[in-house]
Design a binder for this molecule. Structure first.
Ligand code: IMP
Length: 436
């Protein structure tokens, strides 16, 4: 059971990159199994600060192999730029990066199609990252995708692209968007493919061999569980499978190999883009979290929506992925909060226990309804005292203020999952193990 899956337990941006970076110091293989360059992982290590979207986080360890599985969609320009950034930092990826030829390629028309839909939806738009994720996955599942392997064969590529442009250009005409030129795209994609073709090889055999040898494999999910296409707040979600089960399909690793599932959750909650967010704070507490946590999107720079920790959500995502532990990140962001609330379940707006003293209201679960239902709910909270001290340089759990320790213990009780580590700063050393 040598596989550890690291997933986001909320709406993404939970600082998974930092946890994977720490674990990858001991890893033989680090893999990505979903999403594309809509993800944004910030990693701070001895080589500098890296903001990566596609390259798996094991890149900084010379003995770690990085694999990108068929569940990932590849924007070639992004991948090439990242390989170059990593090279310039003095790290060689030669022979260490394997990208499945089954990966679908983001084509220039995908972000354009996405833009048409986002504009047509108006106020009901998803608020995507604009990287073409919905359309590229839609083409994949409707048998209209173009995979990396197709780029190696010019005639096959021309035929497939020709069909796609016939349909997409007709749509663009309707929406007054300039038509795309077949030859230009073929040239661009083949030139990009030529730059990475040594890395395009199926990692399945390598991974199976590693499993047999009980090698240490870390799989990192992109985005967060609540953006999952099936279980997230659809249609305010992403296009891929973001939960631990996605590792099986997205990289061809059977579930029986997975022994450890780490859900990464912030000590509060954030969300980018539209969609329900029951514990969102639209007041100065929300602004204080945004400033203290530097909550601005890695990919889009958008200010993130901020709110209290929602234990109902994380209990749900822990069940969904069978989390063996949770890594609670950015605890230090709560350092200045005199009172801290934790969401524990929902009731229809205006009907929470706090609104109706003495009445017993049954708290509803996230999974009982859809996004529209969730919009009509409000959270029931418990309130705890804040610690009002800096936790930034703390390196051992027992050295955290007593109230911070109590907060972590309360969270693990509410989510019914052990908190295995907490983090109080961006550096590797700021990840503190939590004793049992
Ligand atoms: P898409 O994945 O670009 O299609 O965007 C769909 C939704 O997922 C939007 O609400 C995005 O803000 C959100 N999203 C996508 N990737 C991330 C991420 O890495 N972190 C946080 N939110 C994301």
């Amino acid at each position: 059971m040598s596989v550890t899956v690291v997933i986001g337990a909320q709406w993404g941006d939970e600082a998974k990159g930092k946890i994977v970076d720490l674990l990858s110091q001991e890893a033989d293989i680090v893999g990505r199994f979903n999403g594309g360059d809509n993800a944004g992982h910030t990693v701070v290590n001895q080589y500098g600060t890296f903001k990566l979207r596609l390259t798996p986080n094991g890149f900084s360890n010379p003995r770690t192999i990085c694999v990108i599985g068929p569940g990932v969609v590849v924007n070639l320009a992004t991948l090439i730029a990242e390989i170059e950034t990593i090279r310039q930092a003095g790290i060689s990826l030669d022979g260490r990066l394997w990208v499945s030829p089954r990966c679908h390629v983001v084509m220039p028309y995908h972000p354009l199609v996405e833009g048409i839909y986002e504009r047509a939806k108006g106020a009901a738009s998803t608020g995507t990252t604009g990287r073409g994720m919905g359309p590229v996955y839609a083409d994949k599942v409707s048998y209209n995708g173009i995979r990396l392997a197709d780029l190696a064969d010019e005639a096959a590529l021309a035929e497939k692209l020709g069909v796609q442009l016939k349909v997409k250009n007709a749509l663009f005409k309707l929406f007054n968007i300039d038509e795309l030129n077949l030859q230009n795209i073929i040239q661009e994609k083949q030139a990009q493919f030529a730059q990475i073709k040594e890395m395009v090889r199926e990692p399945f055999g390598l991974v199976q061999e590693a499993l047999r040898k009980d090698a240490r494999i870390i799989l990192e999910a992109a985005q967060g569980s609540l953006l999952d296409n099936d279980w997230g707040t659809y249609p305010f979600c992403t296009a891929s499978t973001t939960i631990a089960g996605g590792a099986a399909g997205g990289l061809g690793i059977a579930p029986r190999w997975v022994g450890r599932v780490i859900g990464v959750a912030k000590a509060y909650t954030t969300r980018v883009g539209a969609g329900p967010f029951p514990t969102e704070l639209l007041d100065q507490d929300g602004e204080a979290l945004r400033q203290a946590g530097a909550e601005f999107g890695t990919v889009t720079g958008r200010p993130r929506r901020c709110g209290w920790f929602d234990a109902e959500l994380v209990r749900f995502t822990a069940q969904l992925s069978g989390m063996t532990e949770v890594a609670l990140t950015k605890l230090d962001v709560l350092d200045g909060m005199p009172k801290i609330k934790i969401g524990v379940g929902y009731c229809p707006k205006g009907h929470c226990k706090s609104d109706l003293p003495g009445s017993e209201v049954r708290l509803a679960h996230y999974w009982e309804g859809d996004a529209r239902w969730l919009e009509a709910q409000e959270p029931e909270y418990i309130e705890v005292d804040g610690w009002m001290e800096s936790t930034k340089d703390v390196r051992a759990f027992e050295q955290l203020p007593k109230l911070a320790q109590a907060y972590v213990r309360k969270v693990e009780q509410l989510i019914e999952t052990p908190v295995g580590m907490v983090s109080t700063g961006p550096e590797r050393e700021a990840i503190i193990p939590v004793p049992r």
